[in-house]
Design a protein around this ligand. Structure first.
Ligand SMILES: [Zn+2]
Ligand SMILES: [Zn+2]
Length: 313
């Protein structure tokens, strides 16, 4: 495994599949951390997962034009995962002066997530109308909403929800009750497999998404610390992924690279961030693990795990 320091502005995108965590934050507002978001780029296929606060800006900061995104995937309808959706949509429309930006696929589990998308389209219709009439353009937001059904049986096979060229995206249910129809995603590329947990407890459903994966982007919570802060916060602890359990599960699955995101509680110091890593290690995990800041990421190269490079972005 080679380590590579890369300047944000000179990244070579042709070397493999790039995974960038565009937002590591949670619902509470932190100017240092955007909301939930993960960018995956394989050659000319550009995918973004969730659309939390300010993730569109982070995408641009990562050197990607929002117009170049082929598909945007929603894990569930909690606000910290979708509140930035309109930013992607209006941003694309405003920049598409010539009407050449391809249709954006929005892929989401049927139910509250697809309903949120439709409501968002409607919410901004007046804005688009006045802009369109002002400059003589179509107010068509140019999206294709692709809802899919989440299998009721948690042991059911993952569902293929999107593909382009050699890139395939599958979805499966995760355990974020009481949120219904929460999913995680699995991206399969010739360079390797990336699993994105969404919000979930550590559970067999995540193992199904992450089996054989080269990189797992996992939400992470230091449960004991949360409970130490206040016992009443157990409702948060009940539906997020405990860091020690993550370490245990990722060790069992022999996942080589783990990116922790959606960090709870938000670490404010290097020591607090390191504690997430220490927890995962105490669960028995010996691979590469990073408690991410926004725009941290990795690039996987080829179909061999030995080709993984880590970039500090
Ligand atoms: Zn959630
Ligand atoms: Zn969340």
């Amino acid at each position: 495994m080679g380590f590579l320091e890369a300047d944000r502005n000179v990244r070579d995108t042709d070397l493999g599949t790039e995974i960038v965590v565009t937002g590591t934050g949670v619902p509470s507002i932190d100017p240092a951390r955007a909301g939930a978001g993960v960018l995956v780029r394989h050659d000319d296929v550009v995918l973004h997962f969730d659309a939390g606060r300010a993730t569109a800006a982070r995408v641009v900061e990562a050197g990607v034009d929002v117009a170049d995104i082929d598909a945007l995937f929603i894990t569930h309808h909690h606000s910290d995962h979708v509140i930035g959706l309109h930013d992607f949509l209006i941003g694309r429309w405003v920049e598409d002066d010539l009407g050449v930006t391809p249709t954006l696929d929005i892929v989401a589990p049927n139910g509250p997530s697809t309903r949120y998308c439709r409501n968002t389209f409607a919410l901004w219709a007046d804005d688009l109308d006045v802009r369109a009439s002002h400059n003589g353009r179509s107010a068509d937001i140019n999206v294709r909403l692709m809802g899919f059904d989440v299998p009721a049986d948690p042991t059911a096979d993952l569902v293929e929800v999107w593909s382009k060229g050699q890139v395939k995206v599958l979805a499966g249910p995760v355990r974020h009750e009481p949120v219904a129809k929460a999913v995680g995603y699995r991206v399969e590329t010739p360079d390797g497999v990336i699993a994105i947990s969404g919000d979930t407890r550590v559970c067999p459903e995540v193992a199904a998404l992450a089996a054989g994966a080269d990189v797992v982007v996992y939400e992470a919570m230091r449960t004991q610390l949360i409970l130490d802060l206040a016992e009443e916060l157990h409702f948060i602890a009940d539906y997020h992924a405990d860091t020690v359990d993550i370490g245990r599960q990722m060790a069992e699955l022999e996942v080589p690279t783990l990116l922790l995101t959606h960090l709870l509680p938000t670490p404010r110091t290097p020591e607090a961030k390191q504690a997430f890593v220490d927890d995962v290690r105490s669960g028995g995990y010996g691979g590469s693990v990073t408690a991410c800041d926004d725009l941290d990421g990795v690039t996987i190269v080829g179909d061999s795990r030995s080709g993984i490079e880590r970039r500090t972005i």
